[in-house]
Design a protein around this ligand. Sequence first.
Ligand SMILES: [Zn+2]
Length: 638
Amino acid sequence: MGELETLLMHPKKPFAFVTYRSEESAQKAYVHLNGQKLQCGENSVTLYLSYVHSVTCEEEASVSLPEGLTLVEDFVSQDEEDLLLAAVDWSSTNDDVSAQKSLKHRKVKHYGFEFRYDTNNVDKDKPLASGIPQECLPVLERCVKKAHINILPDQLTVNQYESGQGIPPHVDTHSAFEDTLLSLSLGARTVMEFRHPDGHLVPVVLPPRSLLVMKGESRYLWTHGITPRKYDMVPACDPQSPALKTAEVGTPSNLTLRKRGTRTSFTFRKIRHKPCDCAFPSACDSQGATPPPPLLPCSHADAALLEEEYVHRVYDAIASHFSSTRHSPWPRVCHFLTSLPAGSVLADVGCGNGKYLGVNPDVISVGCDRSSALVHICAERGFQAFVSDALSVPLRTASCDACISIAVIHHFSTQDRRLAAVRELVRLLKPGGRALIYVWAFEQEYKKQRSKYLKDQNKEGSDVHSPTKNTSEESQEPHGKSSRHLEDDNRPVNKIQDDSKVTDGKLSVHTNRTAFNTQDLLVPWHLKEGKRRGEVEPVETGRKDKMKDDSKKTSGKSCPTTSKDSKPIPSIGTTQSSTVKPKSESDSSPAPVFHRYYHVFQQGELEQLCGQVAGVEVQSSYHDQGNWCVILEKAGTL
Ligand SMILES: [Zn+2]
């Protein structure tokens, strides 16, 4: 409101200064905004304006860069910048030449060697056909000449960040790369955040054509990342001119907002062939450390990043292995599906491998999932499915007679997002339509009472299944490889970051098959050897055949009442005798362990969540297979 000239914010102050182009503009803003309520997420904030004559701008309080970090401005010329940007052909899809991945939060291209996001390492024995582009050589030679490096890098990762995209805080894997990392920033300016394990944060403004040299402590100990934002808070020296004069660094005294453009970074690294023996063992994978768990998200952007990394990416990577463990539909879900009248339209939001899509052949079923790898499996099985985020399903409002959301909403990492997921399901329903929601229950102990509960249910004749059957969210994990599984479960990381310990906002790693001690956690998935995505065709044939068998099994009308792959949860004690498997540095492709984020629901929480959605009623709720479940009905009739 009004024609804004500048915005000036004092760090950690609840007020800000704005200047307007004219007195009229300022007046207009005052009239329209003073005393108005603004909605900030769940909180509403009242905005108060008052006039001031002048705004003082304090001197820049320079904060030193992390140890070992150097920023060299104008390291390349504008001509070189153009040349380098032109050297990257984003349209090429030839994965033999360079590995290109479209991650949700940025575009990535690798040269020399592919950096694999599933193992957080490189295949050192499998160099890519294309090395570092020729155009980079003059720049690298300059790096040698200026003594930033003494050996030429052999790996290049090009990241392209559109406005609003970012990269989670991370330390480049020690065992993958040698000490010095070079990052050349091209295109738009951005802010990179360096964080010491003690929490100390140093935002570093990266101007275009600058070179960031990370050595020693800044390379080995500090994390660096870019928060996905459309605007950056950057230092403002002169309130009349919010543009930066130089590359300021550190925590400034006055801040303003700057719109982000597209930034392309060239990160040059040297592949490491021997274990790292750095002086920072706490962050060194060669010396037994594992990356620290992520923090519980505080904002929508953090939550989206967390889910990208700890849900979407994981499901894409484990899709075929995951699918091979998910062939037994849960009886009560089947009951819901078979109760639908013939000709009903059903949406399975978060359909996974499509195990429910064929349960009732008399309904028109369509599935969607955030994982394209899982959707691909659905398609192979002959089901209708498409890739979609559960917060924004591209289906018409009120187009479905029924929706199911089975083991999906517990993957959203904030209350707001879980609520939005329920809202989206309800939006899809026709008036009178019903939705069935399953989320993983915090109360896994509930089972002991459940058997009685189920017997009572059985007396009423509603559902028939064995109380000893155990097909909760996790119990369908394969058990055949249990020795490896148990070994991995006993790795020191799970002990140290055991979820019984309350950590300062850090997510804890759950020990599989034990009671939950916290509601927000990371659940390990031990990828079976040979099931990794991208691991080539020989495995594929056998798997497809198996898949056909599975689809036959699940596409029939009948719902299995017993499951051959179900097993009781082993007691905690069974994991104690196994030995810790030392992580072998020479092992070029260890079976990776993935971590999926979960918010496990406490009793009543799901009903309460659904109760916040207008125009819908909780018809029934129950505990089933270690899950909390509700059936919702949308108000009104057709
Ligand atoms: Zn190290």
